[in-house]
Write a protein that binds this ligand. Structure first.
Ligand code: FPP
Length: 271
């Protein structure tokens, strides 16, 4: 709910037990009363990154297999992309599969590979028509099925010329793995120790052209980063939403942006 609506929950401060902000709905199944107009005129983040968490719990609560939760998460992903486009967000990064998610049960992993492949096949044309450039961040290692890699390459190629928004799917992605890969590249490039600085590392990350996220949103009420964009989030604003990913909609994104607009970013300096 909007913070200026009587009775709405306010921003939660550190001393309160519940550290999530009021980007959950007013009640079960209700959406935050936020429209794009509420946030469009304020400071719009250039880059928003989302941890799409809570699909399994959403399904469990309904007595469904976890995979049904992932399937239901597709609508949330598409609505979030729509909301981000409406708002003029230029960079949207979605955490779709981590380097640690291989530890999940084999049938869930198999499902997620097929799910992501199908998502690309069925959605890339409409994303392309909307001017979205699709990219991926993560390791292209032997564990990712070839047919998934093929779909990824096709989607990258199809949408390479789009600039309205860049949608990066973090897939087989780990923040530590990305830093390890950057260090490996430094060594392979023969960079001497004295020349290693932040720029040398940054330019060897998966997408050096991408600005750091201004805002990271994690759903499901968990207060963790879970190995997401560790280098890039040094000064990102973090918003934790008490809603399971399949229930997330653009209104939650707008509410998170409204919360972001209330934050005072100092980058270690003073206001
Ligand atoms: C991090 O939590 C969350 C993720 C890496 C997102 C995982 C998302 C999916 C598998 C489904 C993607 C859905 C769509 C619609 C594409 P974690 O569970 O990896 O880490 P934790 O154990 O610390 O919570």
């Amino acid at each position: 709910m909007r913070a200026d609506v009587p009775g709405s929950r306010d921003v939660v401060t550190a001393e309160r037990a519940d550290a999530s902000v009021a980007v959950d709905g007013a009640g079960p199944g209700e959406l935050p009363a936020f429209e794009v107009a509420d946030v469009r005129t304020g400071r719009v983040p250039a880059h928003v990154a989302c941890v799409m968490d809570g699909n399994g719990r959403w399904a469990n609560r309904r007595g469904l297999p976890r995979t049904e939760g992932h399937a239901a998460g597709e609508a949330a992903l598409l609505d979030t992309v729509e909301g981000a486009l409406e708002l003029g967000i230029s960079w949207l990064t979605m955490y779709a599969f981590s380097t640690e998610n291989w530890r999940r049960p084999a049938d869930e992993v198999r499902y997620l590979m097929g799910f992501n492949e199908r998502l690309l096949v069925t959605r890339r044309d409409e994303l392309h028509e909307k001017g979205v450039r699709i990219r991926f961040a993560g390791r292209r290692d032997w564990r990712v099925p070839r047919r998934v890699l093929r779909r990824m390459d096709e989607s990258i190629e199809l949408t390479a010329g789009n600039r309205r928004m860049t949608l990066t799917m973090a897939f087989n992605y780990g923040g530590r793995a990305e830093i390890v890969d950057a260090v490996r590249a430094l060594v392979a490039d023969g960079v001497p120790a004295g020349k290693v600085d932040e720029r040398a590392i940054r330019t060897r990350l998966y997408h050096p052209d991408q600005p750091d996220p201004d805002l990271v949103v994690r759903t499901s009420g968990e207060f963790r980063i879970s190995n997401f964009l560790l280098w890039q989030i040094a000064y990102s604003e973090l918003v934790f939403a008490d809603v399971l990913w399949p229930d997330f909609r653009r209104q939650h994104l707008f509410a998170a942006v409204a919360e972001y607009q209330r934050r005072n970013r100092r980058y270690g300096g003073v206001s």
